[in-house]
Design a binder for this molecule. Sequence first.
Ligand SMILES: *Cc1c(COP(=O)(O)O)cnc(C)c1O
Length: 412
Amino acid sequence: MTTTDPGARPLPEGLHPDTLAVRTGIAPSAYGESSEALYLTSGFVQPDADTSARRFAHPEQGYTYSRTGNPSVTAFERRLAALEGAEAAIGTASGMAAILLMGLGLLKSGDHVVCSRSMFGSTLRLLGQEFARFGVETSFVSQTDVAEWRAAVRPGTRLLFAETPTNPLTEVCDIAALAAIAHGVGARLAVDNCFATPVLQRPLALGADLVIHSGTKFLDGQGRVMAGAICGSRELIEGVFAPLMRTAGMVLAPFNAWVVHKGMETLAVRVRAQSDHALTLARWLERHPAVERVFYPGLPSHPQHALAMAQQAGVGGAVLAFSVRADAPEQARARAFHVIDSTRVCSIATNLGDVKTLICHPASTSHGRLSEDQRQAAGVVQGLIRLAVGLEHPGDIQDDLARGLDGCRNTT
Ligand SMILES: *Cc1c(COP(=O)(O)O)cnc(C)c1O
């Protein structure tokens, strides 16, 4: 939503994203506050009846009610759009609300979607079960095999939806190749950029049409609030999603928008530092005798290492996974639980993007609802542990993991 700020000093053109992350937003109020104000209000008083009528007819000309627009939400949207290199963005109540809004805006009964089998669990359920009830069919394909995507598209395909890297195995897909496939059949490509963030990866520059965010993760960065967003062309954001949102109402709360807006000021330094720590830990884990395999795009052993480095500014990101050695699945599960339970610094939690390092067992949590066969097919084995690396000193996290891993050689 673009509401002109009274008294704004426009920023010069061509600023670096690190600068935009700190400087984009809304102009100060008449009081001239240096930190962006929080507009915690559901409604806005109108100066006169004529202005009120005009703003109801043209919401972009002024605020009336926070379901149709709020300055703190506008500030968040502008900053995120600037970071993604998008013409516009729209904030939503959560990441899943952004995906729901995208589906409601772009799809109708009879339409077809192609998406990776390795997407976020709730995304798979939303497309495979909920959208299916409304006559939208989704084909689920390989995360990494471009030929499967090409074979799955058909004349009724309206949307390709990808996420890279994925949770928990950090599989990478080729955004530019998928954009070419989508555009070849007149469909759009949307990319969930939650894991890499615009600091490492800007899908729109690689040909994607839309970027989806869960602001709950790295954008906030300190695990405080839920938020989400869609970034894309002004035509789609202001012409399709904003009018739909005014009716559908899964809006981003002003307080949450303000928290994430402030969080984005430190996004670049956090993502770079947390990724550095993740690389240090991934290298150490790869050499540990109790570790079977490490999944991290920044390691040369990663199957899509070259693609990841080209697509993600040469950085692997802040999330990694590793499996512990064992003779049988039950032993692998027991050892993974032992490693997790032996930590004293890491938090046992399934979310990610926090400055605190989070550790979890995907097979019994995020992928717990799958059958053992489905889990095997997805590669989410019982010995797998996911680490969302934070800002603690990596030496302390290494010691925290060593406590359990060193014991694995003796335990059964
Ligand atoms: C968390 C997450 C989501 C959903 O976001 P919420 O804010 O929890 O609704 C979507 N995609 C990915 C990759 C995520 O990690």
